[in-house]
Design a protein around this ligand. Structure first.
Ligand SMILES: O=c1ccn([C@@H]2O[C@H](COP(=O)(O)OP(=O)(O)O[C@H]3O[C@H](CO)[C@@H](O)[C@H](O)[C@H]3O)[C@@H](O)[C@H]2O)c(=O)[nH]1
Ligand SMILES: O=C(O)[C@H](O)COP(=O)(O)O
Length: 260
């Protein structure tokens, strides 16, 4: 069991709470990817090594490079947005594909034992193998959503803390929890908690919106340190433009949910 769970109540296997529901035995990984041909292949190879993950869906979010080709070569399920729609829509599309595939298998998330969803960024490369630790609390029925916290990154960079601070304060006000890494996109979530949080907040507000919604729905949320390494956003003009969009989307997700 990884360390870092943060005071979530212990499971109650006999009770009528979330732990009394049937536990997810399998996990579907959903990889949102926009122009990720360089890193996606290694990420998919790593995911293939996680035994609890038996379904991988790559959502190509309007890439203009060889992202789709790399995904097809890896033999995973794919869906392509013809135009870029943003990360939240990529996650929504991925979850829909999982539901469709499960329906073809003869089940639905309501009636059977649906897979938990593992949201994965495409740029994690070989470090994605460590996401098996993130699935543990959810598969064990100890959490409804587990969010990865990343160690200091190998590559220098990173922002000035504006977006992170906005996100952290907003979640604390609306959801009553102070998150270590409120923007982390690597999350494993039960299907029930995910479906109850739909529709997702748009664009880069998706993580903040999802955290607030799951907390408000009385979901058990844990943060789990996982040895993950991704492409760090730098500090040049393009990176700052990216942060502005993040800030705008985070602020919108919080406002929609009632942040003053
Ligand atoms: O329009 C887009 C843009 C990006 N992505 C994918 O989304 C993931 C995250 O994008 P990235 O460019 O790596 O953003 P970062 O700023 O590095 O992301 C940090 O902050 C985001 C929230 O703002 C979280 O979603 C990420 O998990 C977290 O690493 C990657 O797989 C991208 O390919 C899309 O699917 N659609
Ligand atoms: O680089 C980052 O960590 C994100 O883009 C958030 O930026 P921030 O550190 O300025 O909040």
């Amino acid at each position: 069991m990884p360390s870092g769970t943060d005071g979530a109540p212990a499971p109650d296997p006999q009770g009528s709470g979330p732990a009394a529901r049937r536990l997810p035995e399998r996990v579907a990984a959903i990889v949102s990817a926009k122009d990720e041909e360089e890193r996606l292949g290694a990420t998919l190879q790593a995911l293939a090594q996680i035994s609890v993950v038996d379904l991988v869906v790559v959502v190509d979010d309007g890439s203009t490079d060889g992202t789709l080709r790399v995904a097809n070569l890896a033999g995973v399920q794919t869906v392509k947005h013809q135009a870029n729609m943003g990360k939240a829509q990529a996650m929504t599309s991925g979850a829909k594909v999982v539901a469709l595939l499960e329906a073809e298998e003869g089940g639905t998330y309501q009636s059977d034992n649906p897979r938990a969803l593992l949201f994965v960024d495409a740029d994690l490369q070989e470090s994605a193998v460590n996401l098996d630790f993130l699935c543990v609390p959810v598969v064990a029925g100890e959490a409804d959503m587990a969010i990865a916290t990343l160690p200091p990154q190998k590559t220098a960079g990173g922002g000035f803390g504006f977006v992170v601070r906005k996100a952290r304060e907003g979640i604390a006000q609306l959801g009553g929890r102070t998150m270590v890494q409120p923007l982390s996109g690597m999350r494993c979530i039960t299907r029930e908690a995910f479906e109850a949080a739909l529709p997702l907040a748009t664009g880069w507000g998706v993580e903040v919106g999802l955290t607030v919604d799951v907390l408000r729905n009385k979901g058990r949320v844990v943060e789990v340190p996982v040895e993950l390494h991704h492409r760090v956003t730098g500090r040049g003009p393009k990176a700052q433009a990216h942060r502005l969009k993040q800030y705008r989307d985070v602020a919108r997700a919080l406002k929609v949910r009632g942040r003053s």
